[in-house]
Structures are given as structure tokens and as C-alpha cells.
Design a protein around this ligand. Structure first.
Ligand SMILES: [Fe+2]
Length: 245
């Protein structure tokens, strides 16, 4: 797989990502459905660097009963990864936060003022169920904003129950929620409807951030295609805030 990736990117690939910071990925080994080993993490990060990324904020899932992560599992693993990179002479600015799954477990953490993993200026990344529209989102966004956080919804284009109802997205935006598009949505890596929704959100100037959501080598292969897509080039003309992080 990696040899395929290398042949696609080549050694002197252009900096097509367009920004220096990527803040959505699963590159801490063994914590979730992302990479399994330090070596895999290194391989993927070297490929991400070739797209122009110089800073990675990796975001393991925190999803109660599925991926039982916390600052206690994530931050020591980040330090281990940094130590490994030093031995490999890999220079990359890397931090860790999380991709929180919105459920009562997460909502209670917010209510109880438990320490949450953030990045940038108290930015916090969270995702929703792919199956059921969550009634918790309004309360969660309200509480996060009230507590000084800057909430970012991961891949809004991937929630089928919002599709083709731009008003639902507008309501969330009006609350003060930011949107992070998965770049790979633009090449149809996920579903076709997801690609169409991604394009609509770009056309409506509703995207604030982009992310690679890299879990494995297939995401890197798709990324090259996505970065070359017409809509990614269109998105680069918009006000995207990745470099503020
Ligand atoms: Fe993710």
C-alpha cells in the first residue's frame, strides 16, 4: 500500500493541501480505528507532509464503550509517538486532542466541567451518530459555547439525516457551531450523497475548516484525488481557518 502511495505522491509533490495545519486524524497507535503501530503512523505522517501539512493535531475517538479514551490514554501515547519520531529523524509539529462522540457521556462531561481535550483557542471537535439525528446537539453546543469553547462539528456532510436540508445546517451555524469538511468527501470516497452535500456546503460558504480524517493508507490515496478536485480548488478561495490553529 505504502509503495503505491509513494508512487502517486512522488518525492516532490506540490503543496496541494493549501494550509499548514490538519486537525482531524487518527494517528496515535492502538487507541481507536486508526493506525495500529508507530511505524504506520510515521508512514502516514510522511505522506501528509508531502501535501504541504507542517502541523498535525491528531484526534483519537472518545466514544463511550467503543473507544474508551481520555486525556490519560491519549497524552502519554502522544509523547511515545514524539519519542519514536525523534529516533526516526521525523520532524513534524504534532499535538493531540480528540474527536468526541456526542452522547450523554460527552454531555455529562461538559455539564460537570471535566477537562476536555482542545486545540487552538479552546476549539473542540465532535461528531454525531451517522444513523440517528441527535436531540442533544442543541444543548451541547449551548453549553460548550457558554463555557468558552469553540465547538467544531466533524464532517457535517456525512450525516444523511441532514442531507439536502440546508436549513438544518443553517440553524447549527447560527448557534455558533463551526463546520469541518472531510476533504475526501469531495472525491466520492464516502457516498455520492455525501459528495453532493459537501459541494452544497462549499457553495453556501458554510465550511470553516477542512480535515483529512486520516485513519489508514486508503485515506491518503483518496486525499490526492480529492485535493485535485474542482471543488477543493473552489474551497481554497473561501475563508478557511485551518492556519489559525
Ligand atoms: Fe474522525
Amino acid at each position: 500500500m505504502i509503495s503505491n502511495i509513494k508512487s502517486i505522491f512522488g518525492v516532490n509533490s506540490d503543496n496541494k493541501y493549501g494550509f499548514t495545519t490538519d486537525f482531524h486524524s487518527h494517528l496515535l497507535p492502538g487507541l481507536d480505528d486508526g493506525v495500529r503501530t508507530f511505524e504506520q503512523s510515521l508512514e502516514l505522517i510522511l505522506e501528509l507532509k508531502k501535501t504541504g501539512i507542517t502541523k498535525i493535531i491528531t484526534t483519537p475517538h472518545i466514544y463511550n464503550s467503543k473507544y474508551n479514551n481520555s486525556p490519560e490514554t491519549i497524552l502519554p501515547k502522544l509523547e511515545e509517538l514524539k519519542s519514536y519520531f525523534k529516533t526516526q529523524n521525523c520532524e513534524i509539529e504534532i499535538e493531540a486532542a480528540a474527536e468526541y462522540y456526542l452522547d450523554d457521556f460527552f454531555l455529562n462531561k461538559i455539564k460537570n466541567n471535566e477537562p476536555l481535550l482542545t486545540f487552538g483557542d479552546k476549539h473542540i471537535l465532535f461528531e454525531l451518530s451517522y444513523i440517528n439525528e441527535s436531540h442533544l446537539i442543541h444543548e451541547a453546543v449551548y453549553l460548550l459555547l457558554s463555557n468558552g469553547y469553540s465547538p467544531i462539528l466533524a464532517h457535517p456532510e456525512r450525516y444523511n439525516y441532514y442531507h439536502f436540508n440546508l436549513n438544518k445546517y443553517q440553524i447549527l451555524k447560527n448557534y455558533g457551531l463551526s463546520f469541518q469538511l472531510n476533504i475526501n468527501s469531495l472525491s466520492g470516497y464516502y457516498e455520492d450523497d455525501c459528495k453532493k452535500m459537501a459541494q452544497k456546503l462549499i457553495d453556501a460558504d458554510m465550511i470553516d475548516f477542512v480535515g483529512s480524517d486520516t485513519h489508514h493508507g486508503n485515506h491518503i490515496l483518496a486525499l490526492q484525488k480529492s485535493l485535485n478536485s474542482k471543488y477543493y480548488k473552489k474551497l481554497l478561495t473561501k475563508d478557511i481557518k485551518n492556519n489559525e490553529l
